[in-house]
Every structure is written in C-alpha cells, then in structure tokens.
Design a protein around this ligand. Structure first.
Ligand code: KIV
Length: 316
C-alpha cells in the first residue's frame, strides 16, 4: 500500500483481472479502449499479459519479425499453430487470437473450418483472425457456424501485398473508402466479434467505427477506433529495420540487447566472467577428499599430478 496525493491509501497491486473472452471484446464497443498486441512465444506472451493486454494476437507477422521472411505469404498453419501453443501455454488472461495464414481459408469453406479448428484444438487459441471483406464472407460464416469466434481484418491487408501493388494505405479515394465501408458492414453481418482496420486514413477509420456496432481495432487507422494494436517487436524496438509511420517505439531493446551482449563478450574476453559469486564452490570436505583421492588426482592431473606439465598446486 502507498498513499495518493490526496492522502488515500492506494494499492500497488495490479487491479484484479479475469479471463477476457470474445463476447467481452464484442461488448467493449464504444467503451474502454481495447489494448491488443502481438506475441509469438512464451516470454512475449507473458510480458504482454502482465502489462495488461486485452487481446494477444499470434499474428502472421511472425513471418517478418521472428522467422526472417520478407512477407507473410509463406508462413504455414503448422508454424502458426506451433507458436500459438507457446503463447497459450502461459495461460494468459488476455484473449488469444490465432492469425490464419494466406491460403488457409481461401480454397473452400471446409478447408477454412478445418484450419481454423487447428488453431483452437491444437493451438488452444480462443478465436481466429482472417483478412478480407466481402470476398471472404463464406469462410467467415462457416467458421462462425462452427462456434469459432472470428476477428476480421480490413484495409491494408498484408496477405494481399501483390494484389495491392505493395504495402499502401487503402481507402484514400471516395470509391475505395465506400467499398471498405461496405466490407465492414458485411463482416459485421457475417458475425465477426471485432475487426482490425489497418493502414487507412483517420477519417475512414472514424467513419467505419461509427458505422458498425462491433469494435474496430486500429493499426495505422488513426485514434478514433475502439482499440489499438501494434506488433510486439515494433513497439519494443526489438529490431533495427524501418518501421511504418504508425509505429510508436516505446523502447529500443535492439540497442539495449546489443549493448548487453557486447558487455558479456567483453567480460569473457577479459576473463572477468564468471566471478566467484557466479561460480559453484565444492564443499570443504569434498575438496579435501578430492586432494587425497589418488584416482581422481590421476584423472584431473595425470600420472605425475601436473596439468600441462605444470604443478597443479595453484589450481586447487
Ligand atoms: O499479423 C499481424 O501482426 C497483424 C496485425 C498487424 C494486426 O495482423
């Protein structure tokens, strides 16, 4: 307990949280802003959850920021499920969303439901996200009908990089903006519980957020969406690659890590790591027994009791 500026007793404990579900997120429309971040393994999920994430997205950005791939197109369902498992093993209170990779929901509704089901059955995710608008309604409806909550994703959808001709802000013109509003309505009617709006002008982000009654979660969509999401490695500055204009870096862990690692290597080179405090001592009686054990002396010091021809006395 500490005391507030007004003299009230204030608990330093984090406020009590309970497991966040898809209906909870659905109910947050127009209310408290939704905090979402990506995570891909146990350490990143633990940090995201302890920091108070409402939603952890095991994003297919895994491809870029973890697997070193140039785009998200080649990441597989197996890889995504593998990382989803690592996230859900930490039992986060945040709602966990598995991101369906390209071509895992495009070929048939059966295929889409089977792949979505793998995220739930094997990955233990609690919902799935997929990209696209009216062109993906059948897949969305089939997955929702299989009792799997679906998060939509409109605007700059990275899986459409070739169709878009690059990673470009979407909906800048009236026609394209109108199409995206139609898509958002269609996703809502198909039963998504929330949708990501990525790389659209602030005004369009605001319009779609006003127009539909499911929460919008923005990334590069301005401040008026119902929530915000960033990629873990971007917001923590874990890499030194160029980031989009919408990224705010809250740390430079790339530089911090580089400095820490160089310090370790300097210490190794200088022979000052490990110190006595970082090493294990043998109990005195064992040490004494070791001195007097002829066989062990032979193993450690050779027949003549020396190491490399030198007296072993100093080593002990
Ligand atoms: O894969 C991802 O990280 C995403 C977010 C950008 C929303 O889809």
């Amino acid at each position: 307990m500490s005391t507030s500026s007004k003299g009230y007793a204030v608990s330093n404990d984090p406020p009590e949280r309970k497991k966040v579900t898809a209906p909870d997120i659905r109910g947050r429309k127009g209310g408290q802003k939704i905090k979402m971040v990506t995570a891909y393994d146990a350490p990143s999920a633990t940090i995201a959850d302890r920091a108070g994430a409402d939603i952890i997205l095991v994003g297919d950005s895994l491809a870029n920021v973890v697997l070193g791939l140039p785009d998200t197109l080649t990441v597989t369902v197996d890889e995504m499920v593998h990382h989803t498992k690592a996230v859900t093993r930490t039992k986060p209170l945040a709602h966990v969303v598995g991101d369906m990779p390209w071509l895992s929901y495009h070929l048939s509704t059966e295929d889409a439901v089977r792949n979505a089901g793998r995220f739930i059955k094997e990955g233990r995710a609690e919902s799935v996200k997929l990209e696209g608008g009216r062109n993906r309604l059948e897949a969305i409806e089939a997955i929702v009908a299989a009792e799997i909550p679906v998060m939509g994703h409109l605007g700059l959808t990275p899986q459409s990089v070739h169709a878009m001709g690059g990673y470009k802000v979407q909906g800048k013109g009236v026609e394209q903006a109108r199409e995206l509003i139609h898509d958002a309505r269609a996703l809502q009617n198909a039963g998504v519980y929330a949708m990501v709006l990525e790389g659209v002008p602030t005004l369009l982000g605001q319009l779609i957020t006003k127009e539909i009654d499911v929460p919008t979660i923005g990334i590069g969509a301005g401040p008026y969406t119902d929530g915000q999401v960033l990629v873990y490695h971007d917001l923590l500055g874990l890499h030194n690659q160029r980031v989009a204009k919408f990224v705010r870096k809250y740390a430079n862990l790339y530089q911090t890590s580089l400095d820490a690692m160089s310090n370790f290597f300097d210490d190794v080179e200088a022979g000052v790591f490990p110190s006595d405090d970082e090493s294990y001592e043998m109990p005195e009686d064992s040490e004494a027994a070791l001195f007097s054990d002829d066989e062990l002396r032979k193993i450690n010091f050779g027949e003549d009791g020396t190491v490399g021809g030198e007296s072993s006395g100093g080593l002990f």
